[in-house]
Design a protein around this ligand. Structure first.
Ligand SMILES: [Zn+2]
Length: 275
């Protein structure tokens, strides 16, 4: 696995401490891609902490890119699936009912969907698996059929009701009744790469682990069962408008192979470690 960090920071700040030949300037920012063991990462961290100490900031964007070999992906027991980009409008925006009575007052986690998922079907991205900003996941009829044909486990399918009030033949909602995977402590979670704490998203009741995942995902062996679709007990993210914190989605190797063999469109996976 090769791990790089993409950082964008204000060009004026970059000039203060980064060599001029590192990265490219785009408008007012400088974009830098560094190997994870590059000592410049620590320099950026120190500079960013100083700026934050003064009530300002230099880093405007960061993203970790992990590139695995096909062998690493094909030998993993579980994979972390990232469904991107998230689309709008959400089910809630389209009239899907939610029961908020059992939602945590601190983090909003635990609201239960009531009744079928309503969506503007035309706005679903043209791929086989897609997710709304609110966390609702839909799968194409093609993927639903392929999953049923080999008897995958750990999921249920629900209808997706379009704007005319009719179930869509092209889409199903993917429902994961059991979010039981426990994150292992090796999974680092925090507000951001350069300033993990304080993390307002973290729920002291244990529902939301934090704002973002900062490392590879590690889960506890004792929480893994024989399902093909898994999600973590703890969610990640912060409730903001239509955005809801959501659990991490993990898939079995069997499901990964199904997605590959059917050339399912645009899914992004990383190795998840079972400890
Ligand atoms: Zn909570």
């Amino acid at each position: 696995m090769r791990e790089t960090l993409e950082v964008r920071l204000f060009a004026d700040d970059a000039k203060q401490f980064l060599p001029p030949d590192v990265g490219q300037e785009i408008g007012m920012s400088r974009r830098v891609v560094l190997e994870m063991d590059d000592p410049l990462i620590e320099r950026i961290r120190q500079y960013e902490q100083e700026k934050r100490g003064q009530g300002s900031l230099a880093v405007t964007f960061w993203e970790i890119h992990r590139k695995y070999t096909p062998r690493e992906l094909n030998e993993a027991e579980l994979l972390w699936m990232k469904v991107r980009p998230l689309f709008e409008p959400t089910g809630e925006d389209c009239g899907t009912g939610y029961d908020e009575t059992r939602a945590c007052p601190r983090c909003g986690f635990g609201a239960r969907q009531v009744g079928p998922l309503h969506l503007d079907v035309k706005r679903i991205p043209k791929r086989d698996i897609a997710q709304t900003l609110g966390g609702e996941i839909v799968v194409s009829a093609r993927l639903a059929e392929a999953m049923q044909s080999i008897g995958l486990r750990g999921y249920e399918l629900g209808p997706v009701v379009d704007r005319n009030g009719k179930p869509s033949p092209a889409w199903n909602q993917l429902l994961l009744p059991e979010c039981r995977l426990e994150l292992a402590s090796q999974t680092r979670v925090g507000h951001g790469f350069f300033a993990p704490a304080p993390d307002d998203a973290h729920c002291p009741e244990g529902h939301v682990a934090g704002f973002d995942v900062l490392s590879e995902v590690h889960v506890q062996r004792a929480s893994v069962n024989a399902a093909d679709w898994h999600c973590t007990r703890q969610a990640v993210g912060q409730r903001m408008g239509p955005y809801r914190p959501r659990p991490l989605l993990l898939i079995s190797q069997r499901l990964h192979q199904l997605l590959l063999s059917h050339k399912m469109k645009r899914f992004d996976v990383e190795v998840a470690h079972v400890l």
